[in-house]
Each structure stands twice: as structure tokens, then as C-alpha cells.
Ligand binder design. Sequence first.
Ligand SMILES: NC(=O)C1=CN([C@@H]2O[C@H](COP(=O)(O)OP(=O)(O)OC[C@H]3O[C@@H](n4cnc5c(N)ncnc54)[C@H](OP(=O)(O)O)[C@@H]3O)[C@@H](O)[C@H]2O)C=CC1
Ligand SMILES: O=C(O)CCC(=O)C(=O)O
Ligand SMILES: [Mg+2]
Length: 740
Amino acid sequence: MTTKQTIYYTLTDEAPSLATCSLLPIVRAFTSAADIDIKITDISLAGRILASFPDNLNDDQKVEDGLAFLGNLTQDPDANIIKLPNISASVPQLKACIAELQSQGYDIPDFPEDPQSEADKEIQARYSKILGSAVNPVLREGNSDRRAPGAVKAYARKFPHSMGKWSQASQTHADYMRNGDFFSSEQSITMSDAGSVRIEYVDPQGNVEVKKELPLEKGEVLDSMRMSCKELRDFFEASMQDAKDTGVMWSLHVKATMMKVSHPIVFGHAVTVFYKELFEKHGELFEELGVNPNNGIGSVYDKIASLPRSKREEIEEDIHACYEHRPKLAMVDSAKGITNLHVPSDVIVDASMPAMIRNGGKMWDANGQTADTKAVMPESTYARIYQEMINFCKTNGAFDPTTMGTVPNVGLMAKKAEEYGSHDKTYECKAGTMRVVAQDGTVLMSHEVADGDIWRACQTKDEPVRDWVKLAVTRSRLSNTPAIFWLDSERAHDMELKKKVEACLQEHDTDGLDIHIMSYNEAIRFSMERQIRGLDTISVTGNVLRDYLTDLFPIMELGTSAKMLSIVPMLKGGGMYETGAGGSAPKHVQQVEEENHLRWDSLGEFLALAVSLEDVGIKKDNQKAAILAKTLDAATGKLLENNKSPSRKTGELDNRGSHFYLGLYWAQEVAAQTEDEELAAHFATLAKTLADNEEKIVAELADCQGKPAELDGYYHANRETVKRVMRPSATLNAALAAIA
Ligand SMILES: NC(=O)C1=CN([C@@H]2O[C@H](COP(=O)(O)OP(=O)(O)OC[C@H]3O[C@@H](n4cnc5c(N)ncnc54)[C@H](OP(=O)(O)O)[C@@H]3O)[C@@H](O)[C@H]2O)C=CC1
Ligand SMILES: O=C(O)CCC(=O)C(=O)O
Ligand SMILES: [Mg+2]
């Protein structure tokens, strides 16, 4: 019996949204034959802004709140969602998107940076729900299972990506705080019963302000920690001085998107320390102009644009004067003069550190040359693993993608676990005490804080931890691979989790499995030692390491994390299939605009779709869906084997061309299978048409390249225009229309 099933496919931003326009018509040609409806749900940055201001829009401008819809859907055991990467917006990105929408005639308000009136405060509150990583935490109602499927690993071995050379004499290193950071102040408790606690601030006079009441579940772990503002600034100063003295380039790596409250503050301190004299001299004016260093030095350029020319030039000269006695800064775009301190969302640690390590420990300087780098990640908790990998590469040389083993990840992610759910419990403090107090007045945790210190609390619920341990045991069993729980003996939080993990493991059959608990440095060394011997090791980690490691290892192994299979088995039974583990690659859109070539690789989408279809097959007993899943995997394997992935070079096969080959191979696979003759017959014609016209279609897809492509918008491009750009082959379009 077949019941119609809907797969919700997200419409996001930038390169993935362009790719969707080309891929979906092909996918729909297949899924319609299995009675599966693919429904687009808009969770793009522009879509989320429009959905937040319905009262400002005409009826024909109003849009559905796609994120709220999908958020509810995660609670449905039948949920089947394919989630592409989306923009996690910094303030500059949000403002750019607002300006674009306004220019298109949407009467939405400006982002009030310093709201005074109640009305402005309300507008800012709506916008702050859209800022940073606002999508993933809503949808991720499950833990994370990310790995490189066999076919992908085989492809990387056959067609290895380039790897930079590592020299033993490399000056590159990770630099982090030794004292005064979150790591050195972490406290943690586990709730023996359900109950509520209060987060309180006590001023030096002893007055108590309740910041928040927090209902907690039985078995929930609650942490609190503090970063000293003074020690952070002293650290930045010393680190910049050391880089200057030793002639190494300076680079800051934070996650201002996901850690959307604490990391922009950290970023802002780096900006005001680096450009110290500038902020000392023009502090008052900057205050008046509304310069916010947390938005980067770009904010200074932005706000001084309206000043009289002579004043502006004076400030620009003062900016340049700062470079004289500071170390070289790593560049995001040396041609355009965009530095690492321009915008907080340009350098995102999970992708930027692996990219540097893959590149022999080098980043780009202002002259477009590569240079050894002091990679600064103030918070030492996780920064230490990068130093371990750097040491390892200095000793052993660069990893070899043709022989190295793989490190898949099982990540604790559900219900905003750990630091990634801490934004609504993060405070930039005044001097006094921050504490967590039980209902009966017992002080459970407490920190002395000084002006400007950052204090935060993190929650980890019991149910996700149990599910995570179970997922680790299941993956270890199914893949016959050792699993390492990365739990640091120096961390209060991890020691609370360790008790739970040990108890939980007792409840599972672990006979014959190789399961360990190790501190981070030990765990990464163990995994890398095995890896260079071609052996695989599952990393079982908390939420931040999930994010970091699922870029770090894939970027070494596969060149990009876009090629990962990324599954979120939802706690309520549904499934979310994320595509890859990387982002939305803004550089790729630029290339389309300039040369009409999209180098985005949709392999993550192909992999996600196959597991999504497999799930429909099982849950709905839909045999056709099961066949489509199997044949899609086979087609993806063939695509990799024949190297039909997009090339980076204009004129060569791009994203659209790789979609054509996927369609061709998929049709051929369905036509060739014998389990369902009706299905085979249905696709035989498509297979033949596509094969007969291969040369013509590939030529049509190449001929359009080499000239600029107009998308009519960046954040909110015109979908009809994008369709024309992304579907330029009349022959392919006709073949797909014929089967519909
Ligand atoms: N799941 C999610 O929703 C995520 C969203 N993001 C968002 O994405 C944006 C960019 O983040 P960033 O840190 O630069 O990370 P990205 O992963 O987008 O970029 C790193 C580099 O990886 C390569 N890459 C990534 N995906 C692909 C792909 N599918 N095909 C080919 N190459 C790929 C590109 O390299 P090259 O340019 O050399 O081709 C790219 O420049 C931000 O807005 C961020 O918030 C980031 C991570 C996850
Ligand atoms: O949601 C985000 O901002 C990024 C998520 C991410 O990097 C990841 O899950 O790997
Ligand atoms: Mg990531």
C-alpha cells in the first residue's frame, strides 16, 4: 500500500539556493513516479525577515513562516526534511539583506542598532531572532550522524584534492588564553530532580537582580562559566605583540554566527585592541556615529562614509597608522583589502582552521601571498585540538587523502545542547557576582565578575544524552569501528557527562565493541595516529566539537565537508537530512555573477535525498521510493567514478552539468533494475533521450558560461531570473517536461 508522502526541501541562500533551482526539476521527475511530493519551504534569510514583518507587507508580499512550520514538523514522527545550508547572518549581512528587500519595495523597518523607543526595541527583538544561527537550533531536534559514505571516500582516494606541504619549521600555531577564559572557570551540576533555578546578578552592595528563571529537567546538566574581559584584552595585546616580534601573521578565528552573543563581543575586543590608537583618538565621535566594533572594522568604514571628506581621510589615515606597529593581518580578500577583522561572519572557525591546516598552515596576506599564521582562538576549550593537529602535521607531514582513514562523528546536538544553546543565558556583566541559585536559596554555582566580563550558562538535557550514547553504540556496531567519546578530564561539564555516559553504556549491548572515553588531546592524537595508518575511528562528541570536527576531518579527507552524509535522526522519530556539513559559500555566487559558472557541489544533496527516500520506503512501505533510493545511490557512485562533479573552472562542467549527469545515470539505473518493471519502463525513455543528447546538453550548459549572469538580487534574487540562469539547456528542460 502506498500513502502519499511529502519531503520538505528547504529553500536557503546563496549557492545552495541557486543549485536547488537546477536540481529540483530533475528530482521531481523521479519522485513523482513514486507518489512523493517535494515541497519547497523557504527558510532563507530574506524569507525569514519577510515572515517576521507581515504587518508591513501587502497581501501579495506576505510569505509563509517556513521556519516556524518546519520547527513544528520536527515533532511529527513522519517528518522528512532535507535541509540545505543557510546564511547565519551577522549584523552587516542582516542590514544588507534589509536594504535589498527595501529596494525591492518591501516596507520593512531598518535594523535599530541602538534602540531607545519601545517600538524600536520591539523591532530589534524581532530581528535578533533572525540573527546568527537562528535556523539550525530550531530544526535540530535530534542528534547528529555525519560521515563520508564509502563511495565518497573511494572517490577522494581516486581523485585526491590538493594538499599544501607542511614544513617542520612552520611558525604556524594555535594561540589561546591560558587563564581567565571559559575553560578555566567552568562549573557544572546535574539536577537530581526536576526543578527551577534562578540566574542572579549581585551588585557590590549586595542588591540582587534576577536575570532569569530556568526550569530544568531531572538529570539535566547545567554549566556556568566566565571569560574575563581584562584577561582577554591582555591576551590579545600580548598575542599581537608576539606575532609582530616573531614576524608571523595574525588571524582571529571565532564562531560569531553560532555563538551569536559571546563571540561578537570577543571579536569586538580584538578590533579595539588591534586598532587601539584609532579607538582612543576617535572614541567619542565613534560613539556618536554608532560605530559598533563587534561588527568589525567594516563598521567604522560604514559609519564614517557620511562624514566630510577631510575628517574621513583623517580617520582612514589613522586606521592605516595602526598597521605600522601591528603584525600582518590575515586577509579574507586581499584584492579588495578585506581583512580578517572586517566583518565577524567572514572567518568562521569550523571551516577556516581546517582550510588553513589543509593549506600547509598558511593563510593569505595583503599582497596575496601565503604566510605562516598565529591562529588566535581565545577560548582554549577547543582551540587545543587544532594545536595537536598542527603538531601532528609538522611531525608527520600533510595528511594523504589517498590513504588516510576516516573520522565520522556522532554529535550531541538535540535540544540546543551545551554552548550552542547558551545565547539567552549569556551576559556582558557589570562588576559583582553572577550565580545560579536553587529555589530554596542554595547557591549552586557562582563567579566573581568584573566590568565587561562575559558570563554564560549552558543546558544539556538528559534525553538527548541517552539518545547520543545509543546512536554511538549503533554506529560503532553497524560500521564495526571503534568509537571514542571525547570527554575532557579537565572540564567540569565533561565529567558530569562522563558519569551519564558510563551509566548509559551499561544499558546497551557493547559486547565486542571498542568504546573508549578520552580527553580531547588524547582523542585527536589517537584518531590521527590511526588515520594515517588507514584506520577509521568514530568521534563521539559534544555539540561544538561536532561542528568543528565535521569540517576538520572531512576537509583533510575529502577537500570539503560538502561531501558528507549528514543525518539527524529526530528524537520524535522523524528524519532531517542535512546536506553536507559546510556552509553557503558566498564566493560561489560571485563566480556566477561574474562568469555564470557555479562550482557548488550538490553531492551533499544527492546523499541526503537518497537517505530521505530510503526512509519513505521503510516508513510508508513504498517500494518505488526504496528503488529510487537504491538507484540514486548507484547513480551518485557512477557520477563520482566518472568524475562528473563540478569543476572550479569556468567553461568546464559546473553544478548544472553535474545535475544532468545525475539525472542521466539515475534514469539509466532505474531503467535497468528489474524489481519494478513499470518503473523501469517509465524511465527508459528519459534514459535514452538524455544519453542520445548528452553532447548537446553538455554543450548548452557550457555555452552559457564565461559572461556575467544577472540574478536580480543577492539575498532575495528573482526566482524567475534564477530559473533562466540555472536551467539554460532547452534540450534537458524538454526531456524533463516530457516525463512529467
Ligand atoms: N549548515 C548550515 O546551515 C551552515 C551554514 N553556514 C553558513 O555558510 C556561510 C559560509 O560559511 P563558511 O564558514 O565560509 O563555510 P563554507 O563551508 O561555506 O565555505 C568554506 C569553503 O568550502 C568550500 N565549499 C563548501 N561547500 C561547498 C560545496 N557544496 N561545493 C563546493 N565547495 C564547497 C568552498 O571552497 P572554495 O571557495 O574553495 O570552493 C567554500 O569557500 C555563512 O553564512 C555560514 O553562516 C556555515 C556552515 C554550516
Ligand atoms: O548553523 C550554523 O550557523 C552553522 C552550523 C554548522 O556549522 C554545522 O552544523 O556544522
Ligand atoms: Mg560547521
